[in-house]
Every structure is written in structure tokens, then in C-alpha cells.
Design a protein around this ligand. Sequence first.
Ligand SMILES: Nc1ncnc2c1ncn2[C@@H]1O[C@H](COP(=O)(O)OP(=O)(O)OP(=O)(O)O)[C@@H](O)[C@H]1O
Ligand SMILES: [Mg+2]
Length: 273
Amino acid sequence: MAVTEHAKKTILEIDGLYLSFGGVQVLNDISLSVPKGDIFAIIGPNGAGKTSLINCINMHYRPNRGRIMLNGRELNAYKPHQVASQGIARTFQKVELFHGMTVLDNIKLGRHFLMKFSILGSFFRLPHIVRDEMTHRAEIEEEILDFMGLSSFRYHPVGTLPFGVRKRVDMARALAMRPQLLLLDEIMAGMAVEEKEDIASYIMDVQRDLGVTIIWIEHDLSAVMDLSDRVCVLNFGTKIAEGTPEEVQGDPQVIEAYLGRQRSELGQPWEAP
Ligand SMILES: Nc1ncnc2c1ncn2[C@@H]1O[C@H](COP(=O)(O)OP(=O)(O)OP(=O)(O)O)[C@@H](O)[C@H]1O
Ligand SMILES: [Mg+2]
């Protein structure tokens, strides 16, 4: 049975967030709540502050003001790797994989931070327990390869793979961190239509089968309207709308923000109602 809106818990809460660089206000009083289990899209024209917002969520950028809470726990004092260990993983707008390394080794790197903590702990433990852990990790890596349809590419250097497959590797690397919240930064950018459809089905599988909440920055508005549970719209660092895809599509401020821009800036055309 579908979870009703009322029953959904909030996984991520942002309260009064401000970010500036050298006097330029990049994020201006952003507040939002992301319901657990949702696909929560963030849209907005180029330079609106979308990537900066997720850079704040994983504490890569330090907000000037405001609070970010994951399951009620404030993240502001955390370092990026500590945020990751709390269960927030991301993919990057520009693929940041090691192109000379195999798919499997790139995915293993996704687990590196988890291992860093256990290596010291393992030092004091019995070898067979450590061996069990290693086997368990290998199983997880195989599961993720399988889940993301990458098993046959396991030993391929990432640099030799088609663009759409590399994006899947980036997503697999993030999933190797066993996140409860996954931040996707324009994962469909530069993809052909079939590749977009392909990655869309993986996004839905991650939500449905793994129960991961997804914050998804995307320029392809028709994909956003099809897949998202909720949509937040940024323009010039300010949140101008938030709601269901239907609510946001009909919002006069959103229509104005989009119609005021060149279509080429927006990626896919979107038929305003
Ligand atoms: N590290 C930084 N130093 C200075 N300015 C920055 C930095 N990061 C982002 N900005 C500025 O913040 C603004 C928002 O940028 P951001 O990358 O968050 O936009 P975006 O909505 O992700 O855009 P796009 O759709 O093009 O990816 C831009 O004016 C950008 O130049
Ligand atoms: Mg961006």
C-alpha cells in the first residue's frame, strides 16, 4: 500500500539557509523538508544555486547561516566524510571517476570511507572476523554491480565505457556507501533519450527497491514531472516554489522564471500549461 502524505517522515530538513561567496549571495533563506522515500527534484535555471545547495547538504560548502538536519540530527558541524558516514551520498555534475581504473575498483572506492573506520577496529580483532567482513564487502560490491546492470563491465576501465554507463558507475559508487539519501546532480545531462530512459528506470529502482530517498537536480523538466514526488524550484538563489509536479507546473512565478530564459539554457523544452 502506498504511504500516505501524512504518514511520511521527514528525512532532511533545511531551515533558513544562506550561502555567499565574496559578497555574492548564492543561496538566500532556503527552507525545505524532504519526505523520507521520495524523489525530490530541485530545478531552476543555470546558476540558480542547485549544486551549491547540495554542496551545503554534504557540508562541502559551509553555509553562512541556517541549519541542515538529517533525521533530526544537525549536520552543520560535520565534515564531508562524516556526513557521508551518516548516510548521504552523491553523484557529480561532471563525472568524477578514475578513468584508468576498472568499474569494480571505482565502486570499491565508494566504500573506502566505511573501511577507513573499520580497519583500525579490525586491527584488534581476530583474522577470521576480518575475513568475514571482507567477504561481506565483496558480496555487497557484487550486489551493487548486479543492481546497476554493470556486472559485465566489472573489469573494464571506466574511461573506455559509453557516457551513460559511466554515469551508472558514478551512481553505483554512491550506492556503495549504503546511503539513506542520494544526491544526484544532473545525472541525465548530455545523455541521449534512450540513456535517459535507462537511468530513469535505475533511479526508480533505487527509490523503490532500496528505499533510498533521492534529491535529484535535473534540467529535463519532462523527466522531472514524470518521476518526482515533489519539486522545489530555485531562481537566483531563492526558492520560488515547492510542491507536487502538478502544483509547480501551474505556478506563475515558475512559468515566468522559465519563460524569461533562453530555451537552450533549460535543456529540454517544457510545455508550460
Ligand atoms: N565555489 C564557488 N565560488 C564562487 N562562486 C560560486 C562557487 N560555487 C558556486 N558559485 C556561484 O554560485 C552561483 C550558483 O552556482 P551553482 O553551481 O550552484 O548553480 P546551479 O543551479 O547548479 O547551475 P547549473 O544548472 O549551471 O549547474 C553561481 O553564480 C556560481 O558562480
Ligand atoms: Mg549545477
